[in-house]
Design a binder for this molecule. Structure first.
Ligand code: URA
Length: 270
């Protein structure tokens, strides 16, 4: 039997933050007391960081993610947990870009120079999803054109591909001031457009770059360090995450892990 939800006061601040993240994505996480660990004869404490998976039930959407107003909506809503639509029902990237327009849906709009929609082959087998544009991307209106972008290009070429053969985009399409991490409200307004882009392309494989992209695509709190290199299902498409190139620029030794993740990607594309 499922144990009852513990009072809010017993939930650690860290877990509360994760729950808020889920809720802002329109999901309904359920917290329950951990079942007693019969091997140890001791119940798990709610504050222990490791057994998060044991504390958070598999998330299901409370309601599908709301789509911003659209000229010709393909469906009223999109859900992280449903299969992408069949080819005949799909929009094109141009349709989605037109619908995005001169977006004013969140508070980032007044700060941006350009919307960074995405670039690459609309029929790409491989899509990279980053976090959000930086200064250079904002100036050029193109994703991953700064230092991190040059490293990403090297990764793409190490897969035997050219940049033009993949599609590159971000969770959010406008640069946050001072390159801060995107807020939940910003992710919520922008991510439906990313989902529509992924549905339009329907690649063989999505590579999430860093934890913001991974968490958005998984619809839940997730550790990039723990989950990188593993293969997940995202609405019928394979999903693999690796570290963000900007992180590797700051922590070059972690490049070793990225190489392993790129091997996984190479095998999945073969
Ligand atoms: N970092 C990102 O996450 N995206 C970009 O487009 C550039 C840097």
């Amino acid at each position: 039997m499922t144990p009852p939800e513990p009072p809010k006061s017993e939930i650690s601040p860290r877990l509360r933050a994760w729950l808020a993240f889920y809720e802002d994505l329109g999901l309904t996480p359920t917290v329950r007391r951990a079942k007693p660990d019969t091997r140890e004869g001791q119940p798990l404490a709610l504050d222990e960081p490791a057994p998060v998976a044991a504390l958070v039930e598999p998330v299901r959407p409370k309601q599908a993610l709301p789509l911003p107003s659209m000229a010709a909506p393909p469906a009223a809503t999109l859900s992280l947990f449903e299969e992408a639509p069949a080819r005949a029902e799909r929009e094109t990237l141009d349709d989605i870009r037109t619908d995005l327009g001169e977006c004013q849906r969140c508070k980032l709009a007044p700060h941006r120079k350009h919307i960074v929609f995405g670039v690459g082959d609309p029929k790409a087998q491989l899509v990279f999803v980053g976090e959000g544009p930086g200064a250079e991307e904002d100036l050029q209106g193109l994703p991953f054109v700064g230092r991190a972008g040059r490293l990403l290009t090297q990764w793409i070429e190490s897969l035997g591909l050219k940049r033009e053969q993949v599609y590159i985009c971000n969770v959010i399409k406008c640069r946050p001031p001072q390159n801060r991490t995107p807020g939940r409200d910003e992710i919520e307004s922008c991510s439906p457009f990313l989902l529509r882009q992924l549905d339009a392309i329907r690649p063989k494989l999505i590579c999430a770059l860093g934890s913001v992209a991974l968490q958005m695509l998984m619809g839940k709190a997730a550790s990039i360090t723990r989950l990188r290199g593993q293969v997940f299902d995202f609405r019928g498409t394979k999903l693999v995450a690796t570290f963000h190139p900007a992180y590797i620029l700051r922590n070059p030794p972690a490049d070793r892990d990225v190489r392993k993740d790129l091997q996984v990607i190479r095998q999945l594309l073969a």
